[in-house]
Design a protein around this ligand. Structure first.
Ligand SMILES: Cc1cc2nc3c(=O)[nH]c(=O)nc-3n(C[C@H](O)[C@H](O)[C@H](O)COP(=O)(O)OP(=O)(O)OC[C@H]3O[C@@H](n4cnc5c(N)ncnc54)[C@H](O)[C@@H]3O)c2cc1C
Length: 591
């Protein structure tokens, strides 16, 4: 066992850790990192250090208030990354937020809790990720979760939910317009699914589960897994505001990760920390591969361009950048049903007071309150005009299984874009769950303080554009369903493609694919689900880590975060990442 330090647990001065030894050194106190730190330190015989670049989450009010998370984007809690210009999106640069705070992106995200589709994980196993099928992961989903039932949703079966974990989930506050939107989706042919997080799969329309606790506050992996009791463990040390600048390796024939180098800024002193057993990268799908490459693990030709000494030539590092892409459609709403009034601080005050006093109401909502999950080849749904169907490109079925979705359509009871004062919008958001377009990321500099190049390659595959157009038509039909009639104020048809409410105001049976395509290219955006950049593979010829999440060709180094996804999950990734970290903790302690 490495040296156990008797010092305050949330350190912020890296010099006090200089040359210390820990059994496990975890890089990144984000979604996966907090789970790892908590689970590994349950073993009193090992010492654990967690190093986080961002600050402590405890005083961050906007992280606690579920509806306020957009305020954290582009703040100091966000790495503030941007993509390179996206060719298929008219060369637009897309913001690529990542959490820079304890809890990582799970401290700034939209709080949707979803297991995704069981066959997503079976597909992982079929691609070499032995032991990562749904049956193997299901106990880990349950292990982390602490679900609180809600009597308004009696069809949710407790036996399907985890109830004794630490990560709190619930079916919280809903605005009536979102409830009506669910009815509208049923009206156009989408089945109800009272619980999309079971072995029965995610097809259907549902209120979202969120990671919101009983006080109406965000339950992140930082709040849930790093409780006071956990932080008080004598074998766990946590440092915030500190960058890991490099992984250090021995110079043997087969290199071994011996520790890390840390610093507060590019110009401040660097300190070495030793890892007795392992270094575990949990810095997320952009920063974990960035650190690998900066430390000499990556494609030799890329590293040599930046004069980085090669420790291990591993060509797949940074490749296979997966993400989901969305396009937000704003529908003209009548007054009184949406949250647009919350933009005005005085009008938002009562909702804020209610939340402070009772933990309920609008502020406890995550905004994205409900969604549907369907297959784009479902002939019973109004996706397309017969004319558009008969033309190439044809949609490729890229789902992970015959009962898995490739389209999500979500709803937010507010306008995605700022509207003139007094106007109101409902946003319906088609999301491609299994796009064929795949990107990559690579270094722009050998400094860990410089943003790497990020290219998700959004909508570069023509089939993806056509799929998105289908998603829009379905969204337009739902907007025109009788269930929403009293709340929306749509025009019969509009051809004003520059208007704020287009294509929400367009007739789904008349609007042209060509016009929708133009609009998609100007309005598509990321869902912030980047993953896959250090994927699990059979060998170093098709991956970066093996099924034990150990980096190929070196010893003492694992990656445990969204980077290891072999293929994209058909839903929101936080719960799968938590399950991965739970399973990885068992693997590490038992190895
Ligand atoms: C705005 C937004 C909304 C989202 N909404 C949802 C949602 O509703 N539901 C859902 O399931 N998913 C959502 N996601 C996606 C989800 O949050 C992420 O996929 C997930 O949190 C990533 O987990 P991770 O452990 O891989 O990385 P992260 O949680 O990002 O953790 C990485 C951590 O490493 C730290 N770090 C990075 N580099 C270093 C370094 N060199 N040294 C030290 N520390 C470092 C970072 O500061 C961070 O804390 C959203 C994401 C965003 C950004």
């Amino acid at each position: 066992m490495g040296a156990v330090l008797s010092q305050p647990k949330l350190l912020d001065d890296p010099s006090v850790l200089a040359d210390k030894l820990y059994d496990y050194v975890i890089v990144g106190g984000g979604t996966a990192g907090c789970v790892l730190a908590s689970r590994l330190s349950e073993d009193v015989n090992v010492s654990v250090l967690l190093v986080e670049a961002g600050d402590n989450h405890v005083g961050e009010l906007f992280s606690k208030i579920p509806v306020a998370y957009p305020r954290l984007l582009k703040s100091s809690r966000d790495w503030g990354y941007k993509t390179i210009p996206q060719k298929a999106l008219n060369d637009r640069v897309i913001d690529c937020p990542r959490g820079k705070i304890m809890g990582g992106s799970a401290s700034i995200n939209a709080l949707v809790y979803q297991h995704c589709s069981p066959s997503d994980f079976d597909e992982w196993e079929s691609k070499g990720a032995t032991g990562w099928n749904y049956k193997a992961l299901a106990p880990y989903f349950r292990k982390s979760e602490k679900f609180t039932p809600n009597s308004a949703y009696p069809e949710v079966r407790l036996e399907d939910r985890g109830i004794s974990g630490v990560w709190q989930t619930s079916l919280g506050y809903s605005h009536s317009i979102c409830e009506r939107w669910i009815d509208a989706a049923v009206e156009v042919g989408v089945p109800r699914n009272p619980d999309i997080n079971t072995a029965r799969g995610s097809i259907g329309v549902s209120k979202f589960f969120t990671f919101v606790d009983q006080k109406g506050q965000r339950s992140s992996t930082a709040t849930a897994f790093l409780s006071k009791d956990v932080l008080n463990r004598s074998n766990l040390t946590v440092i915030t505001g500190t960058m890991t600048t490099r992984v250090l390796f021995s110079s043997e024939d087969r290199p071994r990760a011996t520790g890390i180098e840390i610093a507060q800024s590019d110009s401040s002193p660097r300190f070495t920390i030793n890892a007795g057993k392992e270094v575990i990268l949990a810095a997320g799908a952009i920063n974990s591969p960035q650190l690998l490459m900066i430390s000499g693990v990556g494609d030799r030709s890329e590293l040599e361009k930046l004069d980085i000494p090669v420790v291990k030539d591993l060509p797949h590092v940074g490749k296979n950048l997966l993400d989901h892409v969305l396009v937000p459609i704003v529908f003209r709403a009548k007054g009184g049903y949406t949250l647009d009034y919350m933009q005005e601080p005085l009008k938002a005050l009562p909702a804020m007071l209610r939340w402070l006093l009772t933990g309920t109401g609008t502020c406890s909502s995550n905004g994205g309150e409900a969604a549907l999950f369907v297959r784009l080849n479902d002939k019973s749904l109004p996706f397309a005009t017969p004319e558009s169907e008969s033309r190439a490109p044809y949609i490729v079925d890229n789902t992970s299984g015959s009962t898995s979705p490739d389209l999500e359509v979500g709803v937010v009871p507010a306008s995605y874009r700022p509207l003139p004062k007094g106007e109101n919008g409902l946003t319906i958001v088609p999301i491609l769950l299994r796009p064929l377009s795949v990107g990559s990321m690579w270094l722009s500099s050998s400094s860990p303080f410089k943003q790497p190049n990020i290219n998700p390659n959004f909508l570069s595959n023509p089939s993806d554009i056509k799929s998105m157009i289908r998603g829009i038509r379905l969204a337009l039909h739902i907007g025109r369903a009788a269930a929403l009639k009293t709340m929306l104020n749509l025009k019969d048809n509009s051809e004003d493609m520059d208007g704020q409410y287009w294509p929400g105001d367009a007739d789904p049976d008349k609007v042209l694919d060509e016009d929708l395509e133009k609009w998609v290219r100007n309005n598509a955006d990321t869902v912030n689900h980047c993953s896959g950049t250090a994927r699990i593979g059979n060998t170093e010829k098709d991956g970066v880590v093996d099924a034990q999440l150990r980096v190929f060709g070196v010893d003492g180094l694992r990656v445990v975060d969204a980077s290891v996804f072999p293929t994209m999950v058909s839903g929101h990734p936080t719960a799968p990442i938590v399950a991965i970290a739970e399973k990885a903790s068992d693997m590490i302690l038992n190895s």
